[in-house]
Design a protein around this ligand. Structure first.
Ligand SMILES: *[C@@H]1O[C@H](CO)[C@@H](O)[C@H](O)[C@H]1NC(C)=O
Ligand SMILES: *[C@@H]1O[C@H](CO)[C@@H](O)[C@H](O)[C@H]1NC(C)=O
Ligand SMILES: *[C@@H]1O[C@H](CO)[C@@H](O)[C@H](O)[C@H]1NC(C)=O
Length: 335
């Protein structure tokens, strides 16, 4: 099979979708901090308010501190929260400044926040401001071409979401807006969660990473019986093996449409809806390679929808457009 070019196109599609938010404002490129501030200020403020009233209650959760509990059914795809940052710090100085200078500098910034903002900021996990930013903030690049454009954005309301290795929410930043979306339907009484780490890590590595936040994970996966944790670990390995096998198969081996189906199934069984856009994309393109148009189109739609949730509408459009284009070509090559 001469499918390497098509497979490279899949990767290019995924990369260009993923890097969208990092290349924003390329044209406004400037090196200096005042330049970065100009860029930040140029982004539109939130246009849509948070859903009112919120679909959750803030509650004390035994062993976890504060958590957010759904108080009505939340549909898959529903936006649960949307915020612009309370505090933005440049990544370079955050890492490089001497600790004492840094803390004084941060304190000065925090003191300037309006009282209500300051209170939610200070209530976050962390013994000092540096740790509060380091453990809770989200990374954002306001200009992909400029290495000094990496910033950490504090969204204190978002950081009240506890961790789950199999979260029910996805979060993304577009420009300066942080959006949290339900990746599956959520029932009243269920805790709302995001993942602080890479969910495809094996159990012991997940626990090691999570120690940075000072807790032992008791999430829906980690607290399940050992046999289920082992089954999950086996699926994670199966996903990695299958992805490798797919890359090899595309280079001239035995590619089958069943492999794409299996990848999607593994992500679903593993409740990794937050990553499933990539599996749908691969499944769609494998069907396209084999000229199975109806299936290719079905998975392409699912991929665009999942990528939009993961990375925003613009990324969803990138995936949708390139998949449509790719899906139209292979029929001629593959017959
Ligand atoms: C981000 O900002 C850029 C430049 O202001 C704008 O063109 C783009 O539409 C914005 N994207 C989103 C998702 O708001
Ligand atoms: C859910 O809780 C919020 C408070 O966070 C409240 O405003 C809202 O009315 C509640 N919704 C339901 C359906 O009880
Ligand atoms: C996590 O578990 C280990 C081993 O059981 C224990 O030593 C440690 O104190 C626990 N950490 C926290 C933050 O509870």
């Amino acid at each position: 099979m001469r499918s390497t070019a098509l497979w490279s196109a899949i990767s290019a599609t995924l990369i260009s979708a993923s890097s969208l938010r990092q290349t924003i404002s390329k044209s406004q490129r400037r090196g200096s901090t005042p330049g970065n501030i100009d860029i930040l200020n140029s982004f539109a403020a939130l246009t849509k308010p948070n859903s009112e009233p919120p679909p959750f209650e803030v509650r004390e959760i035994p062993g976890k501190g504060i958590g957010l509990i759904a108080n009505r059914t939340i549909q898959r795809g529903e936006i649960v929260m949307q915020y612009t940052p309370t505090l933005v710090v440049q990544l370079g100085p955050h890492i490089d400044l001497p600790a004492s200078d840094r803390e004084a500098f941060y304190q000065d910034a925090v003191n300037q926040l309006p009282t209500a903002r300051r209170e939610v900021f200070v209530a976050q996990y962390g013994k000092d401001i540096y740790t509060k930013i380091d453990r809770n903030a989200f990374r954002m690049f306001i200009n992909g071409q400029n290495p000094y454009s990496g910033h950490l954005d504090a969204f204190p309301e978002v950081s009240r979401l506890n961790h789950d290795c199999r979260p029910n929410l996805n979060s993304r930043i577009e420009n300066i807006t942080h959006t949290t979306t339900a990746v599956r339907s959520i029932s009243p009484g269920e805790e709302l969660t995001i993942s602080y780490i890479d969910g495809l890590l094996p159990p012991h590595s997940r626990q090691e990473r999570l120690a940075d936040w000072g807790f032992n994970c008791t999430c829906s996966l980690c607290s399940s019986p050992p046999s289920e944790v082992a089954a999950s670990d086996a699926r994670i390995r199966a996903i990695k093996d299958l992805e490798e096998e797919l890359d090899k198969a595309v280079g001239g081996g035995d590619l089958t449409t069943e492999m794409g189906e299996r990848l999607v199934r593994l992500f679903k069984e593993e409740r990794l809806e937050t990553y499933i856009g990539h599996a749908y994309t691969k499944a769609a393109l494998i069907y396209a390679m084999f000229g199975v148009e109806a299936k290719a189109r079905e998975y392409a739609g699912l991929a665009a929808d999942a990528m939009a949730m993961d990375l925003g509408e613009e990324a969803g459009d990138v995936v949708a457009t390139s998949m449509r284009e790719l899906a139209e070509r292979p029929g001629q090559h593959w017959a």
